[in-house]
Design a protein around this ligand. Structure first.
Ligand code: FAD
Length: 553
């Protein structure tokens, strides 16, 4: 799908000459987005604290062998949580040059052996984690990161003050609202400040090196309320002028509605109807969030639902690992021939395409939307994506970040709620089908500058009109709301706009990034089984030129 949207019509209002504000800013999460945000905010002169629930930086890139074993579908909001969705054999689906941050090369020869052990262009998750650790060290970000610290709630300071009788004391008394004069408004709006409540899990420390093989840390909560493993949690309330949310969006499973998947109905956390996780289907069911490796399904018949990145990858892993048959089921819009081509394919020659599964039966079989019924099936793996979730936002902050059909907000530029909470509350990393790391940097740069006052927000009405133009463009393409943050090719225009809004000193991303992204997509389409092993420079002179430009950059 190509999503053509009017991203924003905001005029640029860099403030020149005036003194910049330095604010106390909290970043929630120390994954790639949180690290990028911390660096940009600090460069702009803000006082930055990053709160990270695990003992590590790197977020999803830290492979965690554990699963949410008691609830492999991730239905119950009360389950114990594992953050990472990485699987053991995962290799990146983008070349490392393209994944790299703007000004920090992802080059194993430059990273050094303490960070790098896999020089492949499409490398393992371990290598990406090494890269993020190198980034944190090179820019001296670790002292900003308070690990073992889970954010429980974020609320506006005035709301927190109203509820103080029940909430306990705030460590640092809220300062009076800071006046932010909007460039294009006649009135002024306020940056109110936020009270952030966090709990300490174990001993907080400034992370030294998170790449080690130490056992995975239990980030588990039940219903986000308490730690399963840690000693009695210390609860802390702190005041910050601004909050940048970087909590990731690949941890909360999204599930389709498949008849027979569950037993009697009731409201489930994933938007599914469920009263308990025991459906009529007798086989195992899990979401790809809990998939770690293929070997447990050797000799079995597995139905994979969803053919996006994870679905395609996991299907091929299963095929290569000796699974008897892999049935890959997906919406037919993806490809007109989807599900009608019955020839098996894949590394084990045993992948069969089906249209969407419509029903699972008590005898272990499945019916598809074309009427075919297959079985018995031993297991179903749902590779159907993830939900945005901000369980810690309260009051007005929660209100502006409501998630409806997996669309957050609405938010201006996928980052800022129109109205008084912006730029005090912002989000980095919501767009999907993007090359994330450089985009995180550009988003963070703009947020840092809006907070300092170097760049001014447009008036609220204009932000709302920009958002409406975005939805209007989606409606014109008959795209449902859940595609609101999907960018695809549109990401490059969006990135250019972010750079432009930051001001003339911020250079747009170089041409080779869009070109390498395009060529990688073509290579993946033509050679889906082994595109990661293709020497990209040999596929065309364009590819060779893009790679040469990348290494010269
Ligand atoms: P995360 O990495 O999820 O970081 C969020 C952090 O926030 C975590 O450390 C978490 O512990 C912390 N956190 C969450 N809640 C709280 C709280 N309440 N309090 C404190 N801390 C909290 N991208 C690519 O560029 N190339 C790829 O090949 C690629 N493959 C992928 C494969 C898989 C299976 C998945 C799941 C993702 C893949 N991605 C890939 C996308 C990847 O998610 C992004 O690259 C990026 O790492 C996301 O970073 P993030 O910081 O937004 O989120």
């Amino acid at each position: 799908i190509s999503l053509k949207v009017a991203v924003c019509s905001m005029p640029i209002h860099p403030t020149s000459g005036s003194a910049l504000r330095s604010l106390r800013v909290v970043v929630i999460g120390a994954g790639a987005a949180g690290l990028a945000a911390a660096r940009e905010l600090r460069s702009e002169g803000h006082d930055v604290t990053v709160l990270e629930q695990s003992p590590y930086v790197g977020g999803v890139w830290r492979y965690d062998p554990r699963t949410e074993s008691e609830d492999l579908l991730g239905i119950n909001s009360d389950r114990s949580r594992v953050h990472s969705s990485m699987y053991e054999q995962l290799r990146t689906n983008l070349p490392r040059e393209l994944m790299s941050f703007i000004d920090f090369p992802f080059d194993s020869s430059l990273l050094g052996p303490q960070y790098s052990s896999d020089p492949r262009r499409f490398c393992s998750h371990t290598e990406v984690l090494g890269y993020l650790n190198a980034f944190a060290d090179f820019f001296n970000l670790r002292p900003l990161v308070r690990t073992h610290t889970r954010v429980l709630s974020v609320e506006m300071a005035d709301e927190a003050a109203a509820g103080m009788a029940t909430g306990g004391a705030v460590r640092q008394a809220p300062s009076p609202p800071i006046q932010v004069t909007m460039a294009t408004t006649t009135s002024s709006e306020s940056l109110f400040g936020f009270v952030v409540t966090s709990e300490r899990l174990g001993t907080p420390h400034h992370d030294k090196d998170s790449r080690g093989d130490s056992p995975a840390f239990d980030t588990g909560t039940r219903g986000g309320r308490r730690s399963l493993t840690a000693a009695p949690a210390a609860i802390e309330k702190e005041f910050y002028d601004a909050v940048v949310v970087c909590n990731g969006h690949y941890s909360e499973p999204r599930l389709p509605h498949v008849s027979g998947m569950f037993g009697e109905s009731g409201a489930g956390a994933g938007g599914v109807q469920v009263s308990d996780a025991k459906g009529v289907f007798p086989g195992q069911q899990m979401h790809s969030h809990n998939y770690r490796c293929a070997k447990e399904w050797r000799g079995k018949v597995v139905l994979v639902v969803g053919a996006s990145n994870s679905g395609e990858d996991i299907t091929r892993e299963l095929s290569a690992a000796g699974v008897r048959r892999v049935l890959l089921s997906a919406w037919s819009w993806k490809n007109d021939a989807w599900g009608t081509d019955t020839a098996p394919y894949g590394p084990g020659g045993n992948i069969y395409r089906y249209p969407m599964v419509s029903e699972l039966h008590a005898d272990g079989s499945a019916t598809f939307t074309d009427g075919r019924r297959e079985g018995p099936i031993d297991a179903v793996i749902y590779c159907t994506g993830y939900r945005y979730s901000f369980p810690f936002l309260r009051g007005a902050a929660a209100e502006v970040a409501r998630v409806e059909d997996n669309c957050v907000g609405p938010l201006w530029l996928h980052m800022l709620p129109p109205g008084p909470l912006a730029p005090g509350l912002s989000f980095v990393g919501l767009p999907w089908k993007v090359v994330p790391f450089p985009q995180f940097q550009l988003q963070s740069k703009l947020i840092a500058r809006l907070l300092s006052g170097r760049v001014q927000l447009p008036r609220r009405k204009q932000m709302e009109e920009d958002i409406e133009a975005h939805f209007e463009a989606m409606r014109a393409q008959q795209l449902p709301k859940r595609y609101a943050h999907m960018q695809g090719q549109q990401q490059f225009a969006y990135n250019d706009m972010l750079a432009k809004l930051c001001g003339p000193d911020v250079v747009p991303l170089p041409w080779w990034r869009a070109e390498l992204n395009r060529l990688t997509g073509l290579c993946k389409r033509d050679r889906p089984d082994d595109y990661r092993n293709v020497e990209l420079a040999t596929i065309s002179s364009d590819a060779a030129a893009a790679l040469a430009a990348a290494s010269a950059d």
